[in-house]
Design a protein around this ligand. Structure first.
Ligand code: GLN
Length: 280
């Protein structure tokens, strides 16, 4: 392994800095962190390998690398995460949006009635990922996004402003509580669904994410139970409920939907062929 070009060299080249950083780290992650410190898009790095990098950037980059190696999620270090067509702001108050949640967005878009004004709700919106994707794809829809965390709603509203979306409103409260007396053509949610004794909670990014966004009782289904029970009273006659859940929860979630009187209940699998979203 080549000796690092710094700190002996006070002005390392960008490519050398990245090469050294890649040791013990995913190369893509090292690039995201350096691009963040430089305030440039990641693609900018590729044409600037020869650039000499100043001391302040080197020091800031080294700090972020150390935090990453200690386990902090890249999305919290950069404050950004790609979801759908967006680059969303994310904070430790919000779950980091996952690619599998884009499946829920696609299924929702396929079930929204066309050419009628429709009302959509996203329960436990977090960074706003689902609500903003739906509001962006259906500018004629009005989307209401709820969350019990005021911190999350601040992040979600900042994302809506940054994307120039004015067809989303944010309401503070648990699941469907802020929707009192209203009906929607579609209600979507990526609620917490991990069992409270799941060993994965002690690993990876999950250690740093809000447990209120991840964990939901001893079978992981507490939030989904509330949502399935209360959603029918807030759905219009042909309305749809869509909920993301764990790969081993499809059968249990279908039963909860059916007990709540929902019809046409089915579970859709994600790209890894695992049960991921139930709708009805
Ligand atoms: N899909 C996430 C995970 O298992 C959990 C997100 C959630 O609980 N909604 O990492």
């Amino acid at each position: 392994m080549a000796a690092p070009d710094y700190p002996c060299d006070p002005m390392p080249r960008l490519d050398a800095l990245l090469r050294d950083a890649r040791t013990g780290l995913d190369p893509g992650e090292a690039e995201l962190l350096l691009a963040h410190v430089l305030g440039r898009p990641r693609s900018w790095l590729y044409a600037h390998g020869d650039d000499e990098i100043g001391e302040a950037v080197v020091a800031r980059f080294a700090q972020l690398l150390a935090r990453r190696k200690a386990g902090e999620p890249v999305a919290y270090l950069t404050g950004r995460r790609g979801f759908w067509r967006f680059d969303l702001q994310v904070e430790p108050a919000t779950l980091i949006p996952r690619p599998e949640t884009e499946l829920l967005v696609e299924l929702a878009l396929g079930r929204l009635p066309v050419s009628v004004p429709c009302r959509v709700a996203d329960l436990g919106t977090g960074s706003g990922a689902i609500a903003l994707a739906l509001a962006h794809e259906r500018p004629d829809a009005h989307v209401v996004a709820t969350d019990a965390s005021a911190g999350a709603l601040e992040v979600a509203s900042a994302n809506a402003r940054a994307l120039g979306l004015d067809n989303v409103t944010f309401r503070l409260g648990d699941w469907l509580a802020p929707l009192a007396g209203e009906r929607y053509e579609l209600i979507a949610s990526n609620p917490p669904y991990i069992r409270d004794d799941d060993p994965h909670l002690g690993r990876g990014d999950l250690r740093f994410e809000p447990s209120s966004a991840l964990v939901s009782g001893c079978d992981g289904l507490d939030a989904i139970r509330v949502i399935a029970r209360e959603a029918p009273a807030h759905l219009s006659p042909r309305g749809w409920l869509l909920v993301e859940h764990g790969w081993d929860q499809g059968e249990a979630v279908r039963a909860l939907f059916e007990d709540a009187g929902l019809h046409e209940v089915e579970t859709v699998r994600d790209l890894e062929a695992r049960d991921r979203v139930t709708l009805g």
